[in-house]
Write a protein that binds this ligand. Structure first.
Ligand code: ZN
Length: 181
């Protein structure tokens, strides 16, 4: 079910981007930015399809830019272009207002993502890239109780904990196993 405000399929249609829903096991999705065409598996969950199309739209939009062209030619860091795209998509899919509502209703990343109709990855990306001004529009207690931070992945090498509000104490937990690898 489409829960966030951004309907990628409609946006693609308005931009003249062709979306072909195909049944395939090998390939989740494939696109050609210059041809403004995309193939996507019909078997993916609806919110994943929405994000994939939103991602494709950004590739099409950026394909004609200097950086997009350079990335295609191997003259610009492609991973940076992907990061730029994640940032744009996360902003389109998760408005500050919707995020404020979702984190007020529920208190963990999985439920907030479900509430917003996005993947946890997209929610994490949005949280990581909130501006100070956007953070000031959100209920801070609700952000804090998410217990989310960069390196949310349990395998991350280290993370900081804030045990008691107001004590000024922070502890840092290091994942030793990870460092020995
Ligand atoms: Zn991409």
């Amino acid at each position: 079910m489409q829960r966030n405000a951004y309907n990628a399929q409609e946006a693609a249609f308005n931009l003249g981007i062709r979306i072909d829903l195909v049944r395939t096991v090998e390939m989740a999705w494939q696109w050609s930015p210059l041809d403004r065409a995309m193939m996507i598996s019909v078997d993916l969950p609806r919110h994943v399809v929405n994000e994939a199309i939103a991602h494709c739209i950004c590739h099409v939009e950026l394909a004609s830019t200097a950086k997009g062209t350079a990335a295609l030619n191997g003259q610009w860091w492609r991973a940076r272009l992907e990061m730029d795209i994640h940032t744009i998509v996360a902003e389109r899919l998760i408005s500050v207002e919707a995020l404020a509502d979702a984190i007020s209703i529920t208190d963990n990343i999985a439920d907030v993502a479900a509430c917003l109709g996005t993947t946890e990855f997209m929610l994490s990306w949005r949280l990581q890239n909130l501006t100070d001004a956007q953070i000031n529009e959100l209920p801070i207690f609700a952000l804090n109780r998410l217990r989310w931070g960069p390196g949310h992945d349990p395998d991350a090498p280290a993370r900081c904990g804030w045990p008691v509000p107001g004590t000024g104490e922070v502890y840092r937990e290091t994942n030793i196993g990870r460092h020995r690898r």
